[in-house]
Write a protein of this length. Structure first.
Length: 155
């Protein structure tokens, strides 16, 4: 039994929900995604954690999803800064250039994630960023499915 197609938006949502110390696995037979901490000490029931790990290791139907290091949200923010510098339709070209530059500046040094989000909020473009980010993750999900020979649908 295998899933004929997986919804890219479901996979993209899982990509957006990665956490340090956790791994996610797609069950190709059911289409479900299971999140498992790397350490059983982070799981409510250590015995249940061991059962899940054994099931994942023994089953060929499980495919590990990319973790936070493989996804690289920093790159998404850089891409959005570039997009904002020329792709925001409701502001002048000059203002878009300023916004893009301010987003790039926010990404420099320690605290980049916080500064970037503060800059998004300052310019009132947080919704645009999160929409852009979701589209980015949908495309990443498509590539991931193709790499793992998993059929998918867009909806």
């Amino acid at each position: 039994m295998s899933v004929k197609r997986i919804k890219l938006s479901n996979l993209a949502d899982a990509f957006e929900e990665v956490f340090d110390g956790w791994e996610q696995y797609l069950n190709k037979d059911t289409g479900t995604i299971t999140a498992v901490p790397e350490s059983k000490g982070l799981y409510d029931d250590p015995d249940e954690w061991e059962e899940i790990i054994a099931m994942i290791e023994e089953g060929e139907q499980f495919v590990r999803l990319p973790n936070q290091y493989e996804i690289n949200e920093y790159r998404v923010m850089e891409d959005f800064a570039d997009f904002a510098g020329g792709g925001l339709k409701y502001v002048s070209k000059e203002q878009a250039n300023v916004i893009g530059q301010k987003l790039y500046e926010a990404l420099q040094g320690r605290g980049a994630f916080r500064r970037f989000k503060n800059t998004l909020n300052y310019y009132g473009i947080a919704d645009e960023y999160y929409a852009y980010r979701h589209i980015y993750y949908v495309e990443l999900a498509k590539e991931w499915c193709q790499d793992h020979e998993i059929e998918f649908i867009r909806e």
